[in-house]
Design a protein around this ligand. Sequence first.
Ligand code: SF4
Length: 321
Amino acid sequence: MKPDLLTVQNVTKYFPLKGGRGMVHAVDNVSFALKNGETFGVVGESGCGKSTLARVLLRLIEPNGGKILLEGEDLGKLNARELRSRRRQMQLIFQDSYASLDLRQKIGDIIAEPLVIHNIGDRAARRKRVAHLLEMVGLEPEAALRYPHEFSGGQRQRIGIARAIALEPKLVIADEPVSALDVSIQSQVLNLLVDLRQQLGLSYIFISHDLAVVEHVCDTIAVMYLGEIVEMTSKETLFAQPRHPYTRALLSAIPRPDPKRRGAHRIVLKGDIPNPENPPAGCRFHTRCPEVMPICKTHKPQPQQMKSSGAAHLISCHLYR
Ligand code: SF4
C-alpha cells in the first residue's frame, strides 16, 4: 500500500529560555497523517505553536523529538544534500507577502529563484516557466518585469504562490496565507489555492487562526492549543459535532448570518492564552475552560480515538474519558 504523503509522529519542539530558566513548549507530541491530494488544517490562536510546527515539518528548524516521514522516508535520517533535494517536494507560502519577497528583485527573478537554486533549465526555459506560472496564478506574464511594490497585497500573495509551486512540489504548507488580506480578496486567493490543488494534484497543510477560513479549503482539521493537538477530525465532523470545549468556543466566534446556527450562542473564553514558558498543569486549557472539573487541574487528558457518526475523531479532554 502506498504510504501517506506526510506522516508526523510525536513531533516535539522546545526552545530553551535564556539563562537555562526552562523551556518554551512550542510543539508537544504532535502526530497526524496527510494523504495525497488532501488539505489538512491546523487551527488555533496566535502563540499555539502552529507556525513553529510548519517550520519543523519543513525542517527549517530541527525538532527535539519525533519523526517526520515524507512518502515513508524519514527526513531525520537524510544528510544535508538529500534533505535539500526532498525540500523540492515541500514548499512554504508565507503570511506576509511583503516581507517574504525581496523588494529589490523583479518578480520574474523572485519566481525563478527556486529554479536557479535547483539548477533547473537554462535562462530561456526559466523565463518561459515563469510566464506560465504567472498565468497559473492569474497574473499577466508581463508582471515578471515589475517589482513587488507595484502590486496589491492579493497580487503579491499570488506571486508568493507562483514561487511556491515553481518546483512542482507535492506538499505546500500555507502559513496564514490570507490573514493579511482584505476579506474581499481572501476568497479569491483561497479559490486559487483550491484550483491549483485540483490542477497540480497538490496537498496542503493550511495553518490559520480562523476556523471560518479553513472551513472552505480543508478536508481534515486539527485544533491546537499551547503546542498540543486537542481535537482532530474531518471538517464536516468538526463543524457538526465539535467536542472539545476550546473548539466549541472557536466555532461560536464565527459570525453566522443565520441565528439558528452555532454562532448564536457565543462562548467567550476567559483571559489570554497562558505563557507557553510555563503551561498550566493538567489540561493546558483548564485556566480558560467553561467546563473545567477538578481532575482537569491535576491530570493531563490523553488523546483518545473516538468515532462521531462513523468518522475518526481524536480528542484530548476528560469530558470523554
Ligand atoms: Fe476543559 Fe477539562 Fe476538557 Fe480540559 S480536560 S478541555 S479543562 S473539560
